[in-house]
Design a protein around this ligand. Structure first.
Ligand code: ATP
Ligand code: MG
Length: 249
């Protein structure tokens, strides 16, 4: 199993939107997908509610858990819940338990997608310690860009200190307003500052059909409107690249 964390401590940048679409994407490609919602807001698990089972993601931090395997392609969700709010103290044992639980399920799934809360705490840290890949959605407003240095420092710090196997797939600009000169300017300065080492080669534009799809709890590419299919095509182009990066060591 490959574990991919979708991470940015800034709120509202599209972590859950991308995480649920990644789960759908990989399941459609024949993968057995484990979706872990580490955010008590539970946006991701609400969208994927038809796949939610009895075990909450919070349990992974508390005791040894045998996650029921998936026999074939599909999605199993360990949902977010209020209990996650009690998992706050940075505790090596809690982090190790999460990592061990994930490792023990690695035969039962092909990929784990981990949605994280907009705070840098022990749940975020545990996800970064346990995973092999991290993707960081960002937005392109002026304030967001100031936070990127901190975000990178956290990710690189975890890699150096705790998890040398962690591969940073990149910052992925989301909700790009393609007609906004200011956003395009910000994108350009991001490219100059972070280059191809940290910036993912692709962007996801702002498309209203993405919100509509989430409201319907369906992937945007499955809606029949032309605009939605186009938004889905844009997203899947990015995911194809991402999947390829996850294949090549
Ligand atoms: N590319 C996009 N185009 C249009 N709307 C988008 C896009 N990406 C995300 N959104 C919308 O932006 C809002 C925030 O997205 P989302 O909940 O995925 O962010 P988040 O990072 O998970 O937030 P939080 O930090 O609170 O968990 C949602 O209403 C979502 O529908
Ligand atoms: Mg979210």
């Amino acid at each position: 199993m490959k574990a991919l964390v979708v991470n940015n401590e800034k709120g509202g940048v599209g972590k859950s939107t991308l995480a649920v679409h990644l789960a759908w994407y990989f399941a459609e490609r024949g993968k057995r997908v484990l979706f872990l919602d580490l955010d008590p807001q539970s946006n991701g698990s609400t969208t994927l509610e038809t796949h939610v089972g009895d075990i909450d993601a919070a349990a992974l931090f508390m005791r040894p858990i045998a996650i029921p395997p998936l026999a074939s392609a599909g999605i199993r969700v360990l949902g977010g819940s209020a209990a996650l709010r009690n998992i706050v103290a940075v505790d090596g044992k809690v982090i190790e338990r999460f990592r061990a639980n994930l490792r023990d399920s690695s035969r039962a799934f092909d990929i784990a997608v981990i949605d994280t809360p907009p705070t840098f705490g022990v749940r975020n840290l545990a996800a970064l310690v346990a995973a092999q890949f991290v993707l960081a959605p960002i937005d392109l407003d002026d304030y967001a860009i100031d936070g990127i240095e901190t975000l990178l420092k956290h990710i690189v710090g975890v890699k150096q200190k705790y998890n040398p196997d962690l591969a940073f797939l990149g910052l992925i600009p989301n909700r790009l307003q393609t007609t906004s000169p200011r956003q395009r300017e910000n994108l350009k300065s991001l490219v100059q500052r972070f280059g191809t080492k940290y910036l993912f080669d692709g962007v996801i534009p702002q498309r209203s059909s993405i919100g509509e799809a989430l409201a319907e709890k369906k992937p945007v590419w499955s809606l029949s409107k032309t605009a939605a299919r186009e938004a889905g095509r844009e997203m899947r182009t990015v995911f194809d690249k991402l999947a390829m990066k996850m294949e090549t060591p």
